[in-house]
Design a protein around this ligand. Structure first.
Ligand code: DOR
Ligand code: ZN
Length: 397
């Protein structure tokens, strides 16, 4: 058996020691554990849970692979991720879901997977052991039509899985701010109400979408990304150029970004998720850049800077980027005795996003230069401990 003991100031202000034996939080009284003691410049938090990431690999290894993506997550204090199915090949059946799940189960970070919309909704039942949800893309709505997509989401619901939707009007993929997300959300709300299904809207970018779904929460839940909260399209493109700022859904105007941010502060949002989407530097600099921004390495510290500036409380950060997404994905993980470990010790130092220091394959991000507060010193997951950049097993040295 291997165990560690982490002593320091908890996020609720108490000083405490947390013992973890072979990845499970223990009641204390363990002998011979490796001991890590952190002073008052550090904070012991429930580890971050990022419910929307792209770990790539397979046919997209040139963008990122699963083990290096895990290091990016750990650097960001993230203990668990929900990975998206738009891999190459796209995961739409139980066979591929199992293959991906198997690959994920040996990673140092706790790995969960969403499957794509299959030809036959019954396939979701077969993939049930390997997935936490189904993810529908605009291309699925275009390919299968709303009826089929809604049938699949309803099937996910019946199986106790999350039904996640990237809402943009199929075919209306204009790059700049547009009505496409709001139009899709109207349609989805109509279906959800008519069929009585629970749906999670991911990376909501338009404050009007957030406002629209308020009346339907918690039947409809939603997450927002750090880039939609912190970057406006005008400012991003002026600083970084078009390619690095191109993402689906698109970055919005300065006014819309502010309104989205306000909605977060007002408690209108369930979760923050990064939609960490690495691409090659050359691809992003090309005339036809792929959409996507990476940021799992720093999301927690961008949020902690908002706490430092008095814009939100620490409990809001824990709710938005740990406990609520954890609950939505149906994970058991945290600091409570008996639960699989999910803990991050953050050293509270001011800084700025510097993608050159990112672990993983992402070396550039338009989040560059934004203020951060903190860096991860120790991250404990059910399988391993990450200490100052190194992953060690529980029974390690
Ligand atoms: O910007 C995006 N990037 N939006 C998506 O929906 C997909 C993602 C990716 O996989 O790169
Ligand atoms: Zn995504």
């Amino acid at each position: 058996m291997g165990c560690i003991e982490v002593a320091g100031r908890l996020w609720n202000g108490r000083r405490a020691a947390v013992s973890i034996a072979d990845g499970v939080v223990a009641g204390g009284g363990l002998e011979g554990c490796r001991r890590y003691v952190f002073d008052r410049r550090h904070l012991v938090l429930p580890g971050a849970v990022d419910m929307h990431v792209h770990f790539r690999d397979w046919g997209l290894r040139h963008k990122e692979d699963m083990s290096s993506a895990s290091l990016a997550a750990l650097q960001g204090g993230v203990v668990a991720v929900g990975d998206m199915p738009n891999t190459v090949p796209h995961i739409r059946d139980a066979g591929l879901a199992k293959k991906r799940w198997d690959a994920g189960s040996s990673l140092p970070v706790e790995y969960r997977l969403y499957m794509g919309v299959p030809e036959d909704p019954e396939e979701v039942a077969k993939a049930r052991p390997y997935v936490v949800g189904v993810k529908a893309y605009p291309a699925d709505i275009e390919r299968y039509g709303w009826d089929h997509v809604v049938e699949t989401l309803a099937m996910a619901n019946r199986l106790g899985l999350l039904a996640v939707v990237h809402c943009e009007e199929p075919g209306a993929m204009a790059e700049g701010p547009n009505e496409s997300e709001l139009l899709c959300a109207h349609e989805l709300v109509r279906w959800a109400v008519a069929r009585g299904i629970r749906v999670h809207l991911t990376h909501v970018s338009d404050p009007r979408t957030v406002e629209l779904v308020q009346a339907y929460r918690p039947m409809i839940t939603l997450d927002v990304t750090p880039h939609h909260l912190l970057l406006s399209r005008e400012e991003c493109v002026a600083r970084h150029g078009r390619g690095p700022c191109y993402v689906r859904p698109p970055l919005r105007s300065r006014e819309d970004r502010k309104r989205l941010f306000q909605s977060l502060l007002l408690g209108m949002v369930d979760a923050v998720a990064t939609d960490h989407a690495p691409h090659g530097r050359d691809e992003k600099a090309s005339d036809d850049p792929p959409p996507g921004i990476c940021g799992i390495n720093v999301a927690l510290f961008l949020l902690l800077d908002l706490v430092r500036r008095g814009l939100m409380g620490l409990h809001d950060v824990v709710r938005l980027y740990s406990s609520r997404p954890r609950g939505l994905m149906g994970l058991r993980l945290g600091l409570e005795e008996g639960s699989p470990a999910g803990l991050a010790v953050v050293e509270l130092v001011p800084g700025r996003v510097d993608p050159a220091t990112f672990s993983g394959s992402c070396r550039f991000s338009p989040l560059e230069g934004l203020p951060t507060y903190g860096r991860a010193r120790l991250v404990a997951t059910p399988r391993s401990v990450y200490v100052d950049g190194e992953v060690v097993p529980y029974d390690g040295p």
